[in-house]
Design a protein around this ligand. Structure first.
Ligand SMILES: [Zn+2]
Length: 554
């Protein structure tokens, strides 16, 4: 006997009043709720239908509780059915029992390594299957992301909300069964307060412009003619026009690392030439009128001037007006303050290594966020996919040779620019442990493609072989060398030479939301979160378990 379940949509979508309908006196509810048998072409169908009347009350439409009729088809027959069953059993055995001698998947990476496949193929397959075969794992991550974002709001350095969120992460990691969950204090973190701020265009017409002051900016109340420049060259060509004016850096987005230089140094360079204030075209690849903040800085010896980002659309408007020969005058008001340095914490939990626990694979994201939006993409989701990678390893009962630790690092957004980077404190405090690999997810936990890599060539080849062999099912086999790495794994590379990976994803949408009010949980997709966690879990587990360490820290 073979059993087949089939779904067939039938009848109108539920209007949510099903139970009212079946209780109406004009329906034969007993007949409707009784299983019926029907012979169709050698199969006997057993159907439990729940009926409701058609809108005009003359015909009966069928509808199950889930808008569909589940039909249990009981095949009748003799020997042929036994043969079918035997085939299913054979296929089932082939699927459920890993055959290490079977040929590897078709379309494999050129970095495919057969011995890695033999040693870690089954576990990688199990991790990927558990993480991605149903919606629940991704949904769990997304629900936790919503909880983190909605409960605490933005997790800005220097706020109680950040430290409450850190406590919550520690509690939840403990509930998950992670080991050695604890916080480590990070002193001297940024404590900049935005306060009230606005910018108006006064001439050629009155218009309030969407803006966000840049983190670390001084306060100011300045009004003046505006001069727009497209790059440093134009600023210096027109240096004698700058004094007493407000400079707009209207720099088109190319890459983040290139364009963000104007956010870091705009106030320094404009202030040096005597500008009274500065505006920045938001560092963003696509805009829906949302300005994007971020850290800025000053240098000793130059006059600090107030510096704010305006929406891309506002920058285009100003450029258009200037292009037609009209003078543009603006009034910028910022009341920001830098208060006494605050304290936050790095928060962490782990699966302790079974053989060499002081050798560590560390992975994580930053727990702090900007003060606008909810820090869902940057970097709540990044921390959550790392955390759930470790949780997955724990849940599967895996105990690798080395320790796998997830860390939520403090004060990434303004660290090293204005304050202390939590990851620097982590690297110093854990100097006596040997970090064989450091992985960060802070480029958006979107569809994973692989990793970017910074480190020695020998470990690069191993990483390429591991990814090429074990991540084919996720299409996440890339290991891209030479593009730099994330701020939170850089300290381990700098202090121990530890190879540093950044999760590489399809970040098309990253700079749409980055550092803006639009960075909210709805932008993150549960399936993509699950795939990111699976990618991280496979690499973290295998590197933690390799017989020879990926890298011997200096
Ligand atoms: Zn970030």
């Amino acid at each position: 006997m073979s059993v087949e379940l089939s779904n067939r949509g039938e009848g109108p979508a539920s209007n949510g009043e099903l139970h009212d309908d079946v209780s109406e006196g004009n329906l034969d509810t007993k007949r409707l709720l009784t299983p019926r048998r029907r012979q169709t072409g050698g199969y006997e169908e057993i159907a439990m239908d729940i009926g409701r009347p058609s809108p005009d009350g003359t015909a009966l439409l069928l509808e199950s509780m889930s808008h569909e009729i589940m039909r249990l088809r009981v095949a009748t027959g003799g020997l042929a059915i036994f043969a079918v069953l035997a085939t299913f059993v054979a296929i089932g055995l082939a699927i459920t029992r890993w055959d290490a001698s079977a040929p590897p998947p078709v379309g494999r990476s050129p970095c495919f390594d057969n011995s890695i496949y033999q040693d870690y193929g089954p576990i990688a397959k199990q991790i990927i299957s558990v993480a991605t075969s149903g919606p629940s794992f991704g949904d769990e991550i997304h629900k936790r992301l919503e909880k983190l974002c909605f409960t605490f709001g933005p997790r800005f350095s220097g706020t109680d909300a950040l430290n409450s969120a850190i406590d919550w992460v520690a509690e939840e990691m403990t509930l998950d069964g992670l080991e050695k969950v604890h916080k480590e204090a990070v002193a001297n973190i940024s404590n900049w307060k935005r306060n009230e701020e606005w910018v108006y265009m006064l001439q050629p017409r009155l218009l309030e412009l969407p803006m966000l002051g840049l983190g670390g900016s001084v306060a100011g109340n300045v009004q003046g003619q505006l001069i727009a420049v497209a790059d440093w060259d134009e600023l210096h060509l027109r240096a004698d026009e700058v004094a007493g004016k407000i400079v707009l850096f209207n720099v088109p987005f190319t890459t983040y690392s290139e364009t963000v230089q104007y956010r870091y140094r705009g106030a320094i360079e404009a202030g040096r030439l005597g500008a009274i204030g500065a505006l920045l075209r938001s560092v963003s690849s696509f805009s829906m009128g949302n300005p994007h903040t971020g850290a800025t800085r000053y240098e000793e010896g130059t006059q600090p001037i107030p510096f704010a980002a305006i929406a891309v659309e506002a920058a285009d408007l100003i450029q258009g007006l200037l292009g037609t020969g009209q003078a543009v005058e603006v009034h910028l008001q910022m009341t920001a303050q830098t208060e006494a340095p605050a304290q936050a914490f790095n928060v962490m939990g782990q699966v302790t290594g079974g053989m060499t626990p002081d050798e560590v694979v560390v992975l994580g994201g930053h727990i702090d966020s900007w003060d606008v939006g909810l820090g869902a993409m940057d970097d709540g989701a990044g921390l959550l996919v790392c955390w759930h990678a470790v949780r997955l390893i724990h849940t599967l009962g895996l105990r690798p040779r080395r320790t796998i630790r997830v860390v939520g690092w403090a004060n990434e957004e303004q660290g090293r620019v204005n304050g202390v980077l939590g990851a620097d404190v982590y690297a110093a405090k854990h100097r006596d442990e040997r970090h064989v690999l450091a992985i960060e997810s802070d480029s958006g936990a979107f569809n994973p493609l692989g990793f970017t890599y910074l480190g020695p060539d020998s470990a690069l080849r191993t990483m390429q072989a591991l990814s090429g062999t074990l991540l084919g099912a996720l299409n996440a086999t890339q290991v891209v060398n030479g593009t730099g790495t994330g701020a939170d794994v850089l300290p381990m590379y700098e202090t121990q030479g530890t190879p540093a990976l950044e999760l590489l994803t399809d970040a098309t949408r990253y700079f749409w939301y980055h550092h803006s009010v639009a960075d909210t949980p709805d932008k993150m997709d549960p399936d993509e979160l699950a795939r990111c966690a699976a990618t991280l879990a496979v690499i973290a587990y295998t590197v933690a378990d390799l017989e020879q360490p990926l890298y011997i820290p200096r």
